[in-house]
Design a protein around this ligand. Structure first.
Ligand code: NCD
Ligand code: ZN
Length: 374
């Protein structure tokens, strides 16, 4: 490592939405050139909740990543080496038998189950209103050691009224998470995309390698709601959990700077077609894969803790899923660049990345760039 370049083991994305069909084929390369492996989110339409569907989806991803020219951005990175690690959506249909099948890996290895609170975010209509109702599935996951990935927000109250979306994570931490951990003491749990001081307090107190971990996105590290509302509402930053206050963001930065072994990178890259992103009812999700690794590096550089980057990006994530870090590497160089184009699907649909220069969120110039990889 010098002031100008850094080489780390190939990163692991603990939380990535790749979608299906034309969108998948357009976006997957941005993840595959930056990350060696990714935990693939199951909130597709229909959701992934059988090993057969997971297998079919895995094949679709592998076919997409192997279809790109192997040399991207003039690097030697081969996207075909990307390994998608599949998950189940915690739908009402998911049964203990599915967990058993997924854990065995006979048809398709399932690495985790993702819970979405009903109605809270994109394609969450198949989720439970109250995760504690999924008793038999949670018990079986505890038995076989399959991790539960939490979208940790309370969305609806007992009368089915929406809670304040800025308070959803805080409420989940205060109420639901302690009960869940109490009831299933051996369950492996990851609190995804943490965004609030309350979540940080909880994790700093209770986080434990292999047991209770958390993931952090680049956008929650870089933005707060002042930017989300600057000059009108910024659709590219609209996601769940919402980006929060400056204080919440500063607490997140201070936490990653500590290099805690139970904190890892989960980009939550979540592409949406332009028509959905810029509609009056703007879709939740930040498409950040074209810039995610670069932004994490930039944040760690600005914090003066580039020595903690490899643990956060490449070691802590796989460890939670029982995997070794990769031996292949990626090298980034300190060099300014901009995102000047949208990603366009084969059907001509545009998908706008975070930091695109024309959508001016205040960080259009990115200070780190991928140089090479093995
Ligand atoms: C995600 C999506 O679009 O699939 N959106 C988001 O805002 N993060 C779903 C999710 O992870 O909440
Ligand atoms: Zn997500």
């Amino acid at each position: 490592m010098t002031n100008k370049t850094i080489t780390i083991k190939r990163p692991f994305d603990s939380h990535v939405h790749l979608r299906r069909g034309a969108v998948l084929r357009a976006v997957a390369k941005y993840t595959a050139e930056r990350f060696g492996r990714g935990i693939i989110m199951p909130n597709t339409e229909p959701p992934i909740d059988t090993v057969e569907q997971a297998l079919e989806y895995r094949k679709e991803i592998l076919s997409a990543v192997s279809s790109y020219a192997s040399v991207l951005q003039n690097t030697s990175i081969d996207t075909a080496k990307f390994e998608p690690l599949m998950t189940f959506y915690l739908t009402k249909k998911l049964s203990p038998k599915d967990i058993e099948k997924g854990a065995s890996g006979d048809v398709c290895k399932i690495y985790a189950v993702k819970s979405y609170p009903y109605g809270a975010t994109t394609n969450s209509q198949w989720g439970y209103r109250n995760i504690l109702e999924a008793k038999d599935v949670l018990r079986e996951m505890e038995n076989v050691g399959m991790p539960l990935l939490l979208h940790g927000e309370v969305h609806l109250n007992a009368n089915d009224e929406e809670e304040d979306p800025y308070d959803g994570e805080k409420m989940f931490i205060a109420d639901v998470l302690p009960r869940l951990l109490d009831k299933y003491p051996k369950l492996k749990v990851s609190l995804e995309h943490m965004s609030s001081a309350e979540a940080i307090d909880f994790m700093e107190k209770n986080g434990a390698v292999d047991k209770l971990v958390t993931t952090v996105t680049p956008h929650h590290l870089m933005y707060d709601r002042r930017q989300a509302f600057s000059g009108g509402y910024r659709a590219l930053l609209h996601c769940k959990p919402l980006v929060k206050t400056r204080e919440d963001k500063e607490r997140l930065l201070a936490m990653v700077k500590k290099g805690l072994p139970f904190v890892s990178a989960g980009t939550d890259t979540a592409p949406h077609p332009e028509s959905k992103k810029f509609s009056s009812c703007c879709a939740f999700g930040v498409f950040n894969s074209p810039v995610a690794l670069e932004l994490y590096t930039q944040v760690f550089d600005e914090l003066g803790c580039l020595d903690k980057l490899e643990g956060f990006l490449s070691v802590n994530g796989p460890r939670f899923f029982g995997l070794e870090p990769l031996t292949a590497t990626i090298t980034l160089v300190k060099e300014d660049w901009q995102v000047t184009e949208p990603v366009v699907t084969e059907e001509g649909v545009k998908i706008w990345s975070l930091c695109h220069k024309d959508h001016g969120l205040g960080n259009e110039v990115i200070h780190w760039k991928i140089k090479s990889g093995s």
